[in-house]
Design a protein around this ligand. Sequence first.
Ligand SMILES: C[C@@]1(CC(=O)O)c2cc3[nH]c(cc4nc(cc5[nH]c(cc(n2)[C@H]1CCC(=O)O)[C@@](C)(CC(=O)O)[C@@H]5CCC(=O)O)C(CC(=O)O)=C4CCC(=O)O)c(CCC(=O)O)c3CC(=O)O
Ligand SMILES: NC(=O)C1=CN([C@@H]2O[C@H](COP(=O)(O)OP(=O)(O)OC[C@H]3O[C@@H](n4cnc5c(N)ncnc54)[C@H](O)[C@@H]3O)[C@@H](O)[C@H]2O)C=CC1
Length: 211
Amino acid sequence: MIPLFHDVEGKRVLVVGGGSVARRRARRFVPAAEVTVVAPEFVDGFAESCDLVRRELPPEATRETLDEVIPGDGLDGTFLVVVATDDTAVNDAVAAAADEAGCLVNRADETGDVVVPSRIESAEISVALSTRGASPATTKYLRQELTPLIEEADGMVQIQRTLRAELKETMSSQQERKRRLRAVLDSPDVWDLLPDDPERAMTLARDIVEE
Ligand SMILES: C[C@@]1(CC(=O)O)c2cc3[nH]c(cc4nc(cc5[nH]c(cc(n2)[C@H]1CCC(=O)O)[C@@](C)(CC(=O)O)[C@@H]5CCC(=O)O)C(CC(=O)O)=C4CCC(=O)O)c(CCC(=O)O)c3CC(=O)O
Ligand SMILES: NC(=O)C1=CN([C@@H]2O[C@H](COP(=O)(O)OP(=O)(O)OC[C@H]3O[C@@H](n4cnc5c(N)ncnc54)[C@H](O)[C@@H]3O)[C@@H](O)[C@H]2O)C=CC1
């Protein structure tokens, strides 16, 4: 599996199932994507912008069955199908139809074409974590453990962004720019200053770059 950060703005996502896992998946894709959710019943708390279709899909669901519930171009206009019912036969049929139509498939009950990773979103950094389906509990644990570390690195990203732009203006050698930016990252003093005194961290970083 290859991790990618994908822009889903305006793309159609179909979620099949109306339980808490379906709701979690739908939340992930709203508000960027156009999300349609199909199930005979829904738990509370689906985002208002989701298009909820109240229908029980049969275990022999086909492409045509799904085309009927999806607005617009049906599966042809659908980027991703999330399969999240508690009925394996339905999940299998929906996954097969979506696959045949060339859509990406995410399955809540096993590993599909795409896995929904755990996410850390700090001000400057996006991290996606997965155990490739083996242990979602470990994935969640690692997210909780790694979040402070990632948040601490936000200040470094801000320093690097500024210095990187300045160096691009003033220094023509890419190798030399790379060496100087790395020297800032390798400075324990800059990291130590970051949490309490980001301005001094910036001053020190600038000194290192200008050495
Ligand atoms: C394959 C995948 C689906 C996919 O590809 O989308 C999948 C599948 C399954 N999860 C199950 C169970 C649990 N899932 C969680 C939590 C999360 N699960 C998520 C993703 C994924 N789960 C994908 C693989 C991720 C990877 O590669 O690591 C996260 C990251 C994202 C999200 O769901 O939003 C989110 C953590 C978010 C966070 O907090 O950071 C917990 C923990 C808890 O709830 O506290 C438990 C209970 C403990 C345990 O079982 O570990 C079961 C068994 C059901 C059963 O027992 O019947 C299956 C099916 C199976 O594997 O059989
Ligand atoms: N990825 C994850 O993090 C987790 C995945 N799971 C897996 O995901 C599945 C769903 O989990 P929950 O949301 O907790 O289950 P749930 O039982 O709360 O919800 C199942 C939903 O599927 C709908 N459904 C059932 N038959 C249907 C049909 N024929 N057509 C359309 N919709 C139908 C139901 O109306 C209900 O809304 C579980 O069975 C399990 O395999 C479970 C826990 C965590």
